[in-house]
Design a binder for this molecule. Structure first.
Ligand SMILES: Cc1cc2nc3c(=O)[nH]c(=O)nc-3n(C[C@H](O)[C@H](O)[C@H](O)COP(=O)(O)OP(=O)(O)OC[C@H]3O[C@@H](n4cnc5c(N)ncnc54)[C@H](O)[C@@H]3O)c2cc1C
Length: 475
């Protein structure tokens, strides 16, 4: 007899595994199918995020930031260390161990929540059926009352610079370098390019980032992007804007990159090249021809605001559908899909999704940029507060950056908060909550913030929006 479940989830990344757990908590029988295989040949739950994205990149960013501080900041505290050395093998062992602990944790969560974690390939058939091809054993057809597609995404490969797994690599391979390249080219100054560029630059690689857009961090508020650009330059990241790669030739010695910029054709020789120009939805082998699910021209599964596809009782979430490719967005869509299947009311507030770039300084924002508010025609006010005037930031020796609050002039509602500076990725949580609750600037102003804390910069920026900053001269 074929197996049957209330919900079958295809994909166990942060979208799929969260959807599966939520559905099980709501009393449904659930299976979650995943085929991810790591470079050691072992299958693991967790998808891109835990195996090759968010988690390993943050592990390396932390190790290399500590190395950088030991080299450049400890002296200011009076600490002498002698020569500081980085053992890349140990750093990578730690990264792999963190990944193993967290991905293994999902298997434990599945067990505790009575989710059947199935290792292998899932394919949606017509008529509420899913074909499951296990890693070992025979192909099965599973009856599914509901299906959630959470197949994620994969790096975009450029025809002019095909990945060879050694010299020209994607973000996953760049997280697993066994030694520090002397020189490193990065195509794309987006989140992934900047984070990976920072990791290897801190360890001594000469990093050149080639970006086709003229504006640095075009999606961020301009004031924040300006501060970040200055800091990255100081750190030795050579970011070339308005530069379009036309070819990359790998040889025994490295890679010769050719690109066009305003001055004409340029070449760059590097030991390794990371291509980080974005990701595409991964829908390969996901759908039988007669499954009936509509894909758009770029391969994204077409869904409505509630993540419903063109087929009844089939939902799709995370990187394989429209919207920002972020783990927390995928997870919240997973929660919503499970809730809706269980007949509960649920929604995702797509206007309040935080973005974080884990460079040093960190960059984080939520809501609208000043440019977006301006072009909406709504009258607004802004308040900024620099970390240079914040006691905790001084103690941390991390005074670069600022908090900027943008609020409506008419009803005082906070429209956007933008942070560049220490722990921006943590500080933004307060702003996310403020926007979620449609808080006013005055709400933030009247909220007591611990002293001394970095969060006081958020408080002061809110005060500054009404020219009432207390620890900075209002302008
Ligand atoms: C280097 C890097 C750093 C990142 N850092 C961050 C960060 O700091 N914060 C953040 O929010 N986001 C970050 N991201 C993005 C984040 O990883 C993705 O947004 C997130 O993983 C999307 O989750 P998902 O569940 O939709 O898909 P995925 O995590 O991609 O998971 C999809 C899973 O489905 C499996 N699968 C696909 N098709 C099938 C099939 N037919 N059968 C069985 N299994 C299948 C895949 O093997 C995979 O395991 C980063 C990405 C990269 C590359």
């Amino acid at each position: 007899m074929s197996k049957s479940y209330d919900v079958v989830v295809i994909g166990a990344g942060p979208g799929g595994y969260i959807a599966a757990i939520r559905a099980a908590q709501l009393g449904m029988t659930v299976a979650c199918i995943d085929e991810w295989k790591n470079k050691d040949g072992k299958n693991a739950f967790g998808g891109t995020c835990l195996n090759a994205g968010c988690i390993p990149s943050k592990a390396l960013l932390e190790s290399t930031e500590l190395f950088h501080r030991a080299q450049h900041e400890f002296k200011k505290h009076g600490i002498s260390t002698g020569d500081v050395a980085m053992d890349v093998a140990t750093m990578q062992k730690r990264r792999a161990s963190i990944v193993r602990q967290l991905t293994g944790g999902i298997a434990g969560l599945f067990k505790a929540n009575k989710v059947d974690g199935l290792v292998g390939h899932g394919r949606l058939l017509s008529g509420s059926k899913v074909e499951f091809t296990p890693v070992e054993g025979d192909v099965e057809t599973i009856d599914a009352k509901n299906v959630i597609l959470a197949a994620g995404s994969t790096p975009i490969e450029l025809g002019v610079a095909p990945f060879d797994g050694d010299k020209i690599v994607d973000s996953w391979a760049a997280l697993e370098f066994e030694s520090v390249p002397e020189s490193l080219g990065v195509i794309g100054a987006g989140v992934v390019g900047l984070e990976l560029g920072s990791v290897w630059a801190r360890l001594g690689a000469k990093v050149t980032i080639i970006e086709a857009m003229d504006d640095f961090l075009f999606m961020a508020d301009r004031d924040v992007a300006k501060v970040a650009a200055k800091d990255f330059k100081k750190q030795g990241l050579d970011i070339k804007l308005g530069a379009k790669m036309t070819s990359a030739q790998a040889s025994a010695n490295g890679v010769t990159v050719t690109y066009e910029d305003a001055a004409g054709t340029q070449t760059l020789d590097v030991e390794k090249l990371i291509v980080a120009v974005g990701r595409r939805p991964f829908s390969d082998g996901l759908l039988a021809d007669d499954a009936g699910v509509t894909l758009d021209e770029r391969g994204f599964v077409v869904v409505d605001d509630e993540c419903r596809t063109s087929v009844k009782n089939v939902y799709a979430i995370g990187d394989c559908v429209r919207g920002p490719m972020l783990a927390h967005k995928a997870s919240e869509e997973g929660v919503m899909a499970a809730d809706l299947i269980a007949g509960e009311t649920s929604e995702v507030n797509y206007d309040v999704i935080p973005s974080v770039i884990y460079t040093a300084p960190e960059i984080a924002w939520v809501g609208k940029t000043e440019e977006e508010v301006k072009s909406s025609g709504r009258s607004y006010k802004t308040g900024s507060f620099p970390f240079a005037a914040n006691g905790r930031a001084k103690a941390l020796e991390q005074t670069s950056g600022m908090v900027k609050v943008i609020s409506a002039e008419d009803d005082d509602e906070i429209l956007g908060v933008h942070i560049v500076g220490p722990m921006a990725g943590e500080l933004i949580a307060e702003a996310v909550l403020a926007l979620e609750f449609s808080a006013s600037t005055e709400d933030l102003q009247r909220t007591i913030h611990a002293h001394p804390s970095l969060a006081e910069a958020v408080h002061e920026a809110a005060l500054a929006a009404d020219k009432r900053a207390l620890n900075y001269i209002n302008r």
